[in-house]
Design a protein around this ligand. Structure first.
Ligand code: THU
Length: 144
């Protein structure tokens, strides 16, 4: 459902939390907000590190907050940055989102100046590696 109506509350929360991003090296502040299975909102920001590869994306922060609260489903997600075009999640974050994605999840990408692009996760990560390829034994952490 790529034509779905933009979730303005979710975009606003992503824009609000973006100001807390820790991005002293790139100067590129990113905010992410997602809706869990009950419609509740979790947010995250990018957190960079002087050891550059150790930096984490905003989406990863929001997903960590979801899991810490016991959530295991993403019903909607919005990402926002001050960029010429709506910022698409990086490849690694597409896979992280896919882990918890509700069926037909739509990803909302936005800019601080109001541009919005919405695409199904399926379009952002076609032929994704998933549980149908590899079903690890359940060792806990996945229930709830
Ligand atoms: N970044 C995100 O947080 N999310 C994205 O979807 C794209 C990139 C961050 C990583 C890094 O801190 C900065 O943006 C520049 O790449």
């Amino acid at each position: 459902m790529p034509e779905s109506v933009p979730d303005t509350e979710l975009i606003a929360r992503a824009a609000q939390i973006r100001l807390q991003a820790y991005a002293p090296y790139s100067g590129f502040l990113v905010g992410a907000a997602l809706r869990g299975g009950s419609g509740e909102i979790y947010t995250g920001v990018n957190v960079e590190n002087i050891a550059y590869p150790e930096g984490t994306c905003a989406e990863a922060g929001a997903i960590a907050a979801l899991c810490a609260a016991g959530g295991r489903q993403i019903r909607a997600i919005a990402i926002i940055a001050d960029a010429p075009e709506p910022v698409a999640p990086c490849g690694g974050c597409r896979q992280k989102i896919a882990e918890f994605a509700a069926p037909d999840l739509v990803v909302t990408m936005a800019t601080t100046s109001g541009a919005i692009c919405q695409l199904p996760l399926q379009a952002l990560l076609p032929a994704a590696f998933g549980r149908s390829h590899f079903a690890p034994p359940q060792r806990g952490g996945d229930e709830g």
